[in-house]
Design a protein around this ligand. Structure first.
Ligand code: 4AD
Ligand code: MG
Length: 431
């Protein structure tokens, strides 16, 4: 008898198989029991008929508790009434691991309770669907950048300096030196771009940010491409192609997960249409002021501002050329405007906020040195980074896409905490 996973059921119609799984739910009457079985690949129904299996096995079925681990033996059948389309007619059940008083029952639970039980909550169908979408976005990311000729680079996680800002650094000790958890691999990616031309990194990044919003994690994963001989306009084209590719991949390969989440696929299809609109920071401020937002030129946008701007469009939008003062030290000033930099944030639709931050990098040694000083950073820490401007410096651009913000948006779920298996939040490091 072949051991299969539920997701493979369609290839085994009429055949006897063995499946290792857990009991997600159960209902029974006098002569028949319906088991909802999950095995990590999918959920489906197991039908146990007393007259077919006999008294003993039927009793076992009737007494299964939620999350009991079992071997199920039986025959796969089509089941046109279920979304999944297949079920198993059970012949035998072998209990592998018992489960008494499983805390997450089919009734509603509060968020804090679910977060305390995150290690078990992962088994629920909604969490399963969101993390499948996360997996697809990861897979499609590697596929996209490999196809485009990028090399994957792994920058260090322990670093000696700050990549984005000094206020949100996680400090640690590195023997007798100070060290920080990386905020972004970008500076190292720039070194790698000068070695390989087109590179991307994909790893965990850390922000000691005292933000408690539905968009902020303390530890999140970022995809950071960096391209030599590429200006900001060309970088924007890669960004929109990449994001459209992610959305299309999820539509193509996660239809079941999207239906579990009740995600409107027609809406997602809109997000694959290129180009994405571009609006300057100047224009955005004007638009906001005309609509009674209390904002002055030079101030950063918060979530209400981003949401308002996003609502003007039916797909993600780029906001270009922010004031130099509110962006990091490495961004290259606009050639005709000293007060703004060649950068863009991509804002997702439906109020999901910024999913990409990117820019052209300052490639002139002396201008970069001035900027490092002006931002109050220690020049010695950035000596290696300045070297890149001494030995064959070229125009180059890059960007960072936040994985969890992107998952949250594409999955259409409310809060970023569900987009990563074990979220690190302002007040939570358990489990
Ligand atoms: O805009 P950020 O800070 O940009 C950088 O770190 C650049 N060095 C990237 C680069 O050019 N290589 O962060 C990039 C993205 C944001 O747009 C957002 O999607 C995500 O990372 N992000 C967060 N996601 C979750 N929680 C947080 N606290 C985040 N901070 C940034
Ligand atoms: Mg940003």
């Amino acid at each position: 008898m072949e051991k299969i996973r539920i997701i493979e059921a369609k290839e085994y119609v009429g055949k006897e198989v063995k499946i290792g799984g857990w009991i997600a739910n159960k209902r029974s009457s006098g002569k028949i029991a319906f088991l909802e079985i999950r095995d990590g690949s999918a959920y489906f129904q197991g039908v146990v008929v007393k007259n077919d299996v006999g008294e003993e096995i039927f009793e076992t079925a009737k007494n299964l508790h939620q999350e009991t681990a079992v071997w199920i033996y039986g025959t796969i059948q089509e089941d046109t009434r279920s979304k999944f389309g297949y079920e198993i007619h059970v012949k035998n059940i072998e209990v592998v691991g018992g489960s008494i008083d499983y805390p997450i029952t089919p009734k509603e639970h509060g968020t804090e309770f679910l977060m305390d039980n995150r290690h078990l909550w992962l088994r629920s169908s909604k969490q399963h669907a969101i993390l499948q979408i996360r997996n697809e976005i990861i897979r499609a990311t590697y596929e996209f950048f490999n196809k485009e000729g990028f090399i994957k680079i792994d920058p260090p996680i322990l670093t000696g300096n700050s990549a984005e800002n000094t206020t949100e650094l996680f400090h640690t000790e590195y023997f007798d030196q100070d060290a920080y958890l990386t905020q972004s691999g970008q500076l190292y990616n720039e070194a790698a771009a000068m070695a390989f031309g087109k590179v991307f990194s994909f790893g965990p990044t850390f922000r000691a940010e005292k933000s408690k919003t539905r968009r902020h994690l303390i530890e999140f994963w970022m995809i950071e491409p960096e391209m030599a001989f590429m200006d900001q306009d060309e970088s924007l084209e890669i960004q929109e192609q990449y994001v459209a590719y992610l959305v299309q991949s999820v539509i193509d390969n996660c239809s079941h997960a999207l239906s579990v989440l009740d995600r409107d696929v027609e809406l997602l299809k809109k997000y694959t249409e290129l180009p994405y609109p571009r609006i300057s920071y100047d224009e955005a401020v004007k638009l906001l002021q005309e609509n009674d937002f209390d904002i002055e030129w030079g101030e950063d946008f918060g979530s209400p501002e981003e949401t308002f701007i996003a609502k003007q469009y039916d797909r993600p939008v780029f906001i270009l050329n922010y004031p130099k003062a509110i962006k990091p030290f490495y961004m290259k000033p606009h050639p005709e405007r000293e007060d703004v930099v060649l950068c863009a944030d991509m804002i997702a639709p439906e109020g999901y906020g910024e999913i990409i931050g990117g820019s052209e990098r300052e490639d002139d040694h002396d201008a970069l040195l001035e900027s490092i000083k002006a931002f109050g950073l220690t020049v010695e820490d950035y000596q290696w980074y300045l070297d890149l401007r001494k030995f064959g410096s070229v125009p180059h651009s890059g960007f960072g896409l936040g994985l969890e913000r992107t998952v949250t948006w594409i999955a259409g779920t409310e809060h970023i905490r569900e987009s990563i298996p074990f979220p690190r939040l302002l007040n939570r490091i358990y489990p």
